[in-house]
Design a protein around this ligand. Structure first.
Ligand code: PLP
Length: 377
Protein backbone atom coordinates (compact mmCIF):
# COMPACT_ATOMS: atom_id res chain seq x y z
CA UNK A 1 0.00 0.00 0.00
CA UNK A 2 1.51 3.31 -0.97
CA UNK A 3 -1.53 5.32 0.00
CA UNK A 4 -3.06 6.17 3.31
CA UNK A 5 -2.63 3.92 6.29
CA UNK A 6 -5.56 1.76 7.24
CA UNK A 7 -5.67 0.59 10.84
CA UNK A 8 -6.30 -3.14 10.43
CA UNK A 9 -8.10 -3.37 13.80
CA UNK A 10 -10.66 -0.66 13.15
CA UNK A 11 -10.24 -0.63 9.32
CA UNK A 12 -10.31 3.15 9.48
CA UNK A 13 -8.38 5.56 7.35
CA UNK A 14 -5.81 7.26 9.49
CA UNK A 15 -4.00 9.11 6.73
CA UNK A 16 -6.06 9.74 3.67
CA UNK A 17 -4.19 12.40 1.66
CA UNK A 18 -7.54 13.99 1.04
CA UNK A 19 -8.94 10.95 -0.74
CA UNK A 20 -12.47 9.73 -0.03
CA UNK A 21 -11.60 6.09 -0.53
CA UNK A 22 -9.23 3.59 -2.03
CA UNK A 23 -9.34 2.25 -5.55
CA UNK A 24 -6.97 -0.70 -5.71
CA UNK A 25 -5.99 -2.10 -9.07
CA UNK A 26 -4.41 -5.52 -8.83
CA UNK A 27 -1.94 -5.71 -11.70
CA UNK A 28 -0.96 -9.26 -10.78
CA UNK A 29 -4.59 -10.38 -11.19
CA UNK A 30 -4.69 -8.45 -14.49
CA UNK A 31 -1.61 -10.37 -15.64
CA UNK A 32 -3.09 -13.71 -14.59
CA UNK A 33 -6.19 -12.85 -16.62
CA UNK A 34 -3.97 -12.04 -19.58
CA UNK A 35 -2.11 -15.36 -19.19
CA UNK A 36 -5.40 -17.22 -19.08
CA UNK A 37 -6.66 -15.59 -22.28
CA UNK A 38 -3.29 -16.26 -23.97
CA UNK A 39 -3.50 -19.94 -23.11
CA UNK A 40 -7.04 -20.19 -24.51
CA UNK A 41 -6.16 -18.56 -27.84
CA UNK A 42 -2.72 -20.17 -28.28
CA UNK A 43 -1.09 -20.53 -30.78
CA UNK A 44 -2.78 -17.21 -31.63
CA UNK A 45 -1.62 -14.23 -29.58
CA UNK A 46 -3.58 -11.89 -27.36
CA UNK A 47 -3.40 -8.12 -27.65
CA UNK A 48 -4.49 -5.71 -24.92
CA UNK A 49 -7.39 -3.35 -25.54
CA UNK A 50 -6.52 -0.30 -23.43
CA UNK A 51 -8.94 2.28 -24.87
CA UNK A 52 -10.70 4.71 -22.53
CA UNK A 53 -7.70 4.73 -20.18
CA UNK A 54 -7.73 0.92 -20.00
CA UNK A 55 -11.44 0.93 -19.16
CA UNK A 56 -10.79 3.53 -16.47
CA UNK A 57 -8.00 1.63 -14.71
CA UNK A 58 -5.01 3.56 -16.07
CA UNK A 59 -3.72 2.85 -19.57
CA UNK A 60 -0.09 3.56 -18.71
CA UNK A 61 0.13 1.23 -15.73
CA UNK A 62 -2.01 -1.49 -17.34
CA UNK A 63 -0.07 -1.39 -20.62
CA UNK A 64 3.30 -1.53 -18.89
CA UNK A 65 2.22 -4.52 -16.83
CA UNK A 66 0.89 -6.38 -19.89
CA UNK A 67 3.96 -5.54 -21.94
CA UNK A 68 5.94 -7.17 -19.13
CA UNK A 69 3.76 -10.23 -19.56
CA UNK A 70 4.46 -10.44 -23.27
CA UNK A 71 1.80 -8.36 -24.98
CA UNK A 72 3.14 -6.40 -27.95
CA UNK A 73 -0.17 -5.20 -29.45
CA UNK A 74 -2.14 -2.41 -27.77
CA UNK A 75 -5.44 -1.08 -29.06
CA UNK A 76 -6.82 2.36 -28.27
CA UNK A 77 -9.91 3.98 -29.78
CA UNK A 78 -8.79 7.53 -30.50
CA UNK A 79 -5.50 8.84 -31.86
CA UNK A 80 -5.11 11.13 -28.83
CA UNK A 81 -4.94 8.02 -26.63
CA UNK A 82 -2.16 6.59 -28.80
CA UNK A 83 -0.14 9.80 -28.47
CA UNK A 84 -0.51 9.73 -24.69
CA UNK A 85 0.38 6.07 -24.34
CA UNK A 86 3.46 6.07 -26.62
CA UNK A 87 6.02 7.37 -24.08
CA UNK A 88 5.03 4.65 -21.61
CA UNK A 89 5.75 1.68 -23.87
CA UNK A 90 8.98 0.38 -25.44
CA UNK A 91 9.35 0.91 -29.20
CA UNK A 92 8.61 -2.70 -30.11
CA UNK A 93 5.05 -2.32 -28.79
CA UNK A 94 2.57 -1.55 -31.57
CA UNK A 95 -0.28 0.84 -30.84
CA UNK A 96 -3.39 0.48 -33.02
CA UNK A 97 -6.03 3.19 -33.38
CA UNK A 98 -9.40 1.43 -33.67
CA UNK A 99 -11.46 4.41 -34.77
CA UNK A 100 -8.95 5.26 -37.48
CA UNK A 101 -7.65 8.76 -38.13
CA UNK A 102 -9.60 11.95 -38.42
CA UNK A 103 -8.53 14.06 -41.40
CA UNK A 104 -5.28 15.90 -40.72
CA UNK A 105 -3.80 13.35 -38.30
CA UNK A 106 -2.11 11.16 -40.92
CA UNK A 107 1.39 12.64 -40.83
CA UNK A 108 1.54 12.66 -37.03
CA UNK A 109 0.35 9.07 -37.02
CA UNK A 110 3.01 8.01 -39.54
CA UNK A 111 5.77 9.88 -37.75
CA UNK A 112 4.79 8.43 -34.37
CA UNK A 113 4.86 4.91 -35.79
CA UNK A 114 1.22 4.18 -34.90
CA UNK A 115 -0.96 1.76 -36.80
CA UNK A 116 -4.33 3.11 -37.94
CA UNK A 117 -7.24 0.75 -38.31
CA UNK A 118 -8.57 1.55 -41.76
CA UNK A 119 -12.37 1.62 -41.78
CA UNK A 120 -13.17 2.76 -45.33
CA UNK A 121 -11.85 3.05 -48.87
CA UNK A 122 -11.45 6.80 -48.30
CA UNK A 123 -9.24 6.22 -45.30
CA UNK A 124 -7.20 3.65 -47.21
CA UNK A 125 -6.60 6.08 -50.07
CA UNK A 126 -5.66 8.84 -47.64
CA UNK A 127 -3.17 6.58 -45.81
CA UNK A 128 -1.63 5.47 -49.13
CA UNK A 129 -1.30 9.11 -50.10
CA UNK A 130 0.49 9.80 -46.80
CA UNK A 131 2.91 6.91 -47.46
CA UNK A 132 3.61 8.19 -50.97
CA UNK A 133 4.23 11.75 -49.86
CA UNK A 134 6.51 10.65 -47.00
CA UNK A 135 8.19 8.13 -49.36
CA UNK A 136 7.85 5.44 -46.68
CA UNK A 137 6.13 2.13 -46.24
CA UNK A 138 3.40 2.47 -43.64
CA UNK A 139 1.61 -0.20 -41.56
CA UNK A 140 -2.16 -0.54 -41.35
CA UNK A 141 -4.87 -2.92 -40.17
CA UNK A 142 -7.97 -3.27 -42.32
CA UNK A 143 -11.28 -3.52 -40.49
CA UNK A 144 -14.32 -4.96 -42.28
CA UNK A 145 -17.93 -4.61 -41.23
CA UNK A 146 -19.22 -8.18 -40.95
CA UNK A 147 -22.65 -7.24 -39.66
CA UNK A 148 -22.44 -4.73 -36.85
CA UNK A 149 -22.88 -1.62 -39.03
CA UNK A 150 -20.66 0.44 -36.77
CA UNK A 151 -17.09 0.69 -38.05
CA UNK A 152 -15.26 -0.98 -40.88
CA UNK A 153 -15.15 -1.28 -44.64
CA UNK A 154 -18.68 -2.01 -45.87
CA UNK A 155 -19.27 -4.95 -48.25
CA UNK A 156 -19.81 -2.67 -51.25
CA UNK A 157 -16.32 -1.16 -50.92
CA UNK A 158 -14.46 -4.48 -50.76
CA UNK A 159 -13.84 -4.74 -54.49
CA UNK A 160 -12.34 -1.26 -54.69
CA UNK A 161 -10.25 -1.90 -51.57
CA UNK A 162 -8.85 -5.12 -53.07
CA UNK A 163 -8.03 -3.30 -56.31
CA UNK A 164 -6.35 -0.49 -54.41
CA UNK A 165 -4.20 -2.96 -52.44
CA UNK A 166 -3.03 -4.68 -55.63
CA UNK A 167 -1.85 -1.35 -57.02
CA UNK A 168 -0.41 0.02 -53.74
CA UNK A 169 2.87 -1.55 -52.69
CA UNK A 170 3.69 1.05 -50.05
CA UNK A 171 1.35 -0.22 -47.33
CA UNK A 172 2.05 -3.13 -44.97
CA UNK A 173 -1.31 -4.67 -44.08
CA UNK A 174 -0.59 -6.34 -40.75
CA UNK A 175 -3.94 -8.12 -40.55
CA UNK A 176 -7.56 -8.00 -41.53
CA UNK A 177 -9.97 -7.59 -38.62
CA UNK A 178 -13.63 -7.34 -37.70
CA UNK A 179 -15.61 -6.93 -34.49
CA UNK A 180 -18.37 -9.09 -33.03
CA UNK A 181 -21.64 -7.50 -31.92
CA UNK A 182 -22.98 -10.32 -29.72
CA UNK A 183 -19.91 -12.23 -28.58
CA UNK A 184 -21.05 -12.10 -24.95
CA UNK A 185 -24.15 -14.10 -25.92
CA UNK A 186 -22.73 -17.51 -26.76
CA UNK A 187 -26.06 -18.66 -28.25
CA UNK A 188 -26.61 -15.66 -30.51
CA UNK A 189 -27.08 -16.50 -34.19
CA UNK A 190 -25.28 -13.24 -34.99
CA UNK A 191 -21.94 -14.87 -34.07
CA UNK A 192 -22.36 -17.54 -36.75
CA UNK A 193 -23.55 -14.92 -39.26
CA UNK A 194 -20.54 -12.73 -38.63
CA UNK A 195 -18.18 -15.72 -38.79
CA UNK A 196 -19.61 -16.67 -42.19
CA UNK A 197 -19.16 -13.09 -43.42
CA UNK A 198 -15.60 -13.01 -42.03
CA UNK A 199 -14.85 -16.17 -44.04
CA UNK A 200 -16.06 -14.43 -47.20
CA UNK A 201 -13.77 -11.49 -46.40
CA UNK A 202 -10.87 -13.92 -45.90
CA UNK A 203 -11.58 -15.48 -49.32
CA UNK A 204 -11.63 -12.07 -50.98
CA UNK A 205 -8.42 -11.02 -49.20
CA UNK A 206 -6.37 -14.22 -49.28
CA UNK A 207 -3.00 -14.36 -47.59
CA UNK A 208 -3.77 -11.87 -44.84
CA UNK A 209 -3.76 -12.76 -41.14
CA UNK A 210 -7.06 -12.37 -39.28
CA UNK A 211 -8.06 -10.76 -35.97
CA UNK A 212 -11.66 -11.22 -34.85
CA UNK A 213 -12.30 -12.02 -31.18
CA UNK A 214 -12.90 -9.58 -28.34
CA UNK A 215 -13.26 -11.01 -24.81
CA UNK A 216 -16.50 -12.81 -25.56
CA UNK A 217 -15.18 -14.05 -28.92
CA UNK A 218 -12.25 -15.77 -27.21
CA UNK A 219 -14.77 -18.07 -25.51
CA UNK A 220 -16.66 -18.84 -28.71
CA UNK A 221 -13.99 -21.27 -29.87
CA UNK A 222 -10.99 -21.47 -32.18
CA UNK A 223 -12.92 -20.46 -35.32
CA UNK A 224 -13.02 -16.94 -33.89
CA UNK A 225 -9.38 -16.61 -32.80
CA UNK A 226 -7.48 -15.73 -35.99
CA UNK A 227 -3.87 -14.83 -35.18
CA UNK A 228 -4.58 -12.06 -32.68
CA UNK A 229 -7.40 -11.80 -30.14
CA UNK A 230 -8.34 -8.37 -28.79
CA UNK A 231 -9.61 -8.76 -25.20
CA UNK A 232 -10.64 -5.77 -23.13
CA UNK A 233 -13.19 -6.37 -20.38
CA UNK A 234 -11.99 -9.90 -19.53
CA UNK A 235 -8.51 -8.54 -18.72
CA UNK A 236 -10.13 -6.22 -16.19
CA UNK A 237 -12.14 -8.99 -14.55
CA UNK A 238 -15.50 -8.46 -16.27
CA UNK A 239 -17.52 -11.48 -17.34
CA UNK A 240 -16.79 -12.17 -21.03
CA UNK A 241 -19.94 -14.27 -21.45
CA UNK A 242 -23.37 -13.61 -19.98
CA UNK A 243 -25.26 -16.21 -17.97
CA UNK A 244 -22.31 -18.44 -17.02
CA UNK A 245 -19.75 -18.38 -14.22
CA UNK A 246 -17.16 -15.69 -14.82
CA UNK A 247 -13.77 -17.39 -15.35
CA UNK A 248 -11.82 -14.16 -14.86
CA UNK A 249 -10.31 -12.82 -11.63
CA UNK A 250 -11.48 -9.48 -10.23
CA UNK A 251 -8.91 -6.73 -10.71
CA UNK A 252 -10.53 -3.79 -8.93
CA UNK A 253 -11.35 -3.14 -5.28
CA UNK A 254 -13.07 0.00 -4.11
CA UNK A 255 -13.42 0.97 -0.49
CA UNK A 256 -15.11 4.21 0.45
CA UNK A 257 -15.02 6.16 3.72
CA UNK A 258 -17.99 6.79 5.98
CA UNK A 259 -18.31 10.54 6.57
CA UNK A 260 -21.27 10.54 8.96
CA UNK A 261 -23.58 8.15 10.79
CA UNK A 262 -26.96 8.82 12.39
CA UNK A 263 -30.06 7.13 13.74
CA UNK A 264 -33.36 8.36 12.34
CA UNK A 265 -36.91 7.61 13.51
CA UNK A 266 -39.70 5.91 11.58
CA UNK A 267 -40.96 8.15 8.79
CA UNK A 268 -37.67 10.02 8.16
CA UNK A 269 -37.04 11.10 4.58
CA UNK A 270 -33.63 10.20 3.18
CA UNK A 271 -31.78 12.08 0.44
CA UNK A 272 -32.87 14.29 -2.47
CA UNK A 273 -36.55 14.35 -3.22
CA UNK A 274 -37.26 12.54 0.04
CA UNK A 275 -38.11 9.49 -2.03
CA UNK A 276 -37.03 7.05 0.66
CA UNK A 277 -39.08 7.14 3.86
CA UNK A 278 -37.90 4.91 6.72
CA UNK A 279 -40.38 2.24 7.81
CA UNK A 280 -38.76 1.83 11.21
CA UNK A 281 -36.05 3.44 13.28
CA UNK A 282 -32.98 3.13 11.09
CA UNK A 283 -29.25 3.55 11.49
CA UNK A 284 -27.73 5.28 8.47
CA UNK A 285 -24.25 6.03 7.25
CA UNK A 286 -23.29 8.48 4.54
CA UNK A 287 -20.31 7.41 2.43
CA UNK A 288 -18.02 9.75 0.51
CA UNK A 289 -18.80 8.72 -3.05
CA UNK A 290 -21.63 9.55 -5.38
CA UNK A 291 -22.44 9.59 -9.04
CA UNK A 292 -19.49 11.90 -9.76
CA UNK A 293 -17.28 9.10 -8.46
CA UNK A 294 -18.89 6.42 -10.58
CA UNK A 295 -21.69 5.17 -8.34
CA UNK A 296 -24.48 5.34 -10.88
CA UNK A 297 -27.57 7.30 -9.89
CA UNK A 298 -29.63 4.32 -11.01
CA UNK A 299 -28.42 2.57 -7.82
CA UNK A 300 -30.75 4.90 -5.86
CA UNK A 301 -32.77 2.74 -3.44
CA UNK A 302 -31.55 -0.44 -5.20
CA UNK A 303 -27.84 -1.15 -4.89
CA UNK A 304 -25.78 -1.97 -1.84
CA UNK A 305 -22.31 -1.91 -0.37
CA UNK A 306 -20.76 -4.43 2.03
CA UNK A 307 -18.96 -4.47 5.32
CA UNK A 308 -17.32 -7.72 6.43
CA UNK A 309 -19.68 -9.56 4.14
CA UNK A 310 -22.82 -7.87 5.49
CA UNK A 311 -25.01 -6.29 2.84
CA UNK A 312 -25.80 -2.63 3.48
CA UNK A 313 -28.51 -1.35 1.13
CA UNK A 314 -28.32 2.06 -0.52
CA UNK A 315 -31.24 4.17 0.66
CA UNK A 316 -32.60 7.21 -1.13
CA UNK A 317 -31.03 8.83 -4.14
CA UNK A 318 -27.33 8.63 -4.88
CA UNK A 319 -26.02 12.22 -4.67
CA UNK A 320 -23.12 13.69 -6.62
CA UNK A 321 -20.55 13.25 -3.86
CA UNK A 322 -22.21 11.00 -1.32
CA UNK A 323 -24.53 8.05 -0.88
CA UNK A 324 -26.53 7.01 2.16
CA UNK A 325 -26.65 3.38 3.27
CA UNK A 326 -28.69 1.51 5.86
CA UNK A 327 -26.30 0.04 8.41
CA UNK A 328 -28.97 -1.39 10.74
CA UNK A 329 -27.80 -4.94 9.91
CA UNK A 330 -24.50 -4.29 11.72
CA UNK A 331 -24.09 -4.21 15.50
CA UNK A 332 -24.31 -0.66 16.76
CA UNK A 333 -21.00 1.18 16.70
CA UNK A 334 -19.44 -1.07 14.05
CA UNK A 335 -19.17 1.76 11.56
CA UNK A 336 -18.24 5.31 12.43
CA UNK A 337 -16.67 8.39 10.89
CA UNK A 338 -13.71 7.26 8.76
CA UNK A 339 -14.64 3.57 8.54
CA UNK A 340 -14.26 1.98 5.10
CA UNK A 341 -17.03 0.06 3.37
CA UNK A 342 -16.63 -2.21 0.34
CA UNK A 343 -18.18 -0.98 -2.89
CA UNK A 344 -16.22 -3.41 -5.08
CA UNK A 345 -14.36 -6.38 -3.68
CA UNK A 346 -14.87 -9.89 -2.37
CA UNK A 347 -18.64 -9.48 -1.99
CA UNK A 348 -19.53 -7.30 -4.93
CA UNK A 349 -18.07 -7.49 -8.44
CA UNK A 350 -18.33 -4.99 -11.28
CA UNK A 351 -20.92 -7.30 -12.84
CA UNK A 352 -23.00 -7.35 -9.63
CA UNK A 353 -23.09 -3.59 -9.34
CA UNK A 354 -23.76 -3.22 -13.07
CA UNK A 355 -26.75 -5.58 -12.79
CA UNK A 356 -28.20 -3.61 -9.85
CA UNK A 357 -27.68 -0.36 -11.75
CA UNK A 358 -29.16 -1.65 -15.02
CA UNK A 359 -25.80 -1.04 -16.72
CA UNK A 360 -22.93 -3.13 -18.06
CA UNK A 361 -19.61 -3.72 -16.30
CA UNK A 362 -17.87 -1.59 -18.96
CA UNK A 363 -19.83 1.45 -17.80
CA UNK A 364 -19.01 0.82 -14.15
CA UNK A 365 -15.26 0.58 -14.83
CA UNK A 366 -15.02 3.53 -17.21
CA UNK A 367 -16.94 5.75 -14.75
CA UNK A 368 -14.75 5.11 -11.69
CA UNK A 369 -13.86 8.55 -10.43
CA UNK A 370 -10.60 10.31 -9.80
CA UNK A 371 -11.21 11.36 -6.21
CA UNK A 372 -10.17 8.00 -4.79
CA UNK A 373 -6.60 7.27 -3.88
CA UNK A 374 -5.53 4.92 -6.66
CA UNK A 375 -3.08 2.24 -5.74
CA UNK A 376 -1.54 -0.41 -7.99
CA UNK A 377 -0.47 -3.77 -6.67
C1 PLP B 1 -13.58 -2.46 -27.45
C2 PLP B 1 -13.15 -3.38 -28.50
C3 PLP B 1 -12.58 -4.62 -28.20
C4 PLP B 1 -12.53 -5.18 -26.80
O1 PLP B 1 -13.84 -5.58 -26.43
P1 PLP B 1 -14.16 -6.35 -25.06
O2 PLP B 1 -15.57 -6.74 -25.20
O3 PLP B 1 -13.94 -5.36 -23.97
O4 PLP B 1 -13.21 -7.48 -24.97
C5 PLP B 1 -12.07 -5.38 -29.24
N1 PLP B 1 -12.16 -4.94 -30.52
C6 PLP B 1 -12.72 -3.77 -30.85
C7 PLP B 1 -12.81 -3.37 -32.28
C8 PLP B 1 -13.26 -2.96 -29.85
O5 PLP B 1 -13.85 -1.80 -30.19
Amino acid sequence: MDGGIVDSRTSKLTIDRGACGYLTIDLTALCRNYDKLCSIVAPARAAAVVKADAYGLGANQVSKALYGRGSRHFFVAHFVEALRLRPHLPRDASIFVLNGLLPGNETACAEGGFVPVINSLDQLQQWSETARSLKRRLPAALQFDTGMSRLGIPPEERGAVAAHLTAADHLDILFVMSHLASADEAESIQNADQLAEMRRVAEEFPGYDLSFANSGGIFLGGDFHGVLARPGIALYGGAPTGGVRNPMEPVVRLEVAVVQTRTVPTGARVGYGGVHVTKTETRLATIAAGYADGLPRSLSDRGSVYYNGVRLPIVGRVSMDSTTIDISALPEGTLSFGSLVEVLGDHQTIDDIARDAGLISYEILTSLGHRFHRQYR
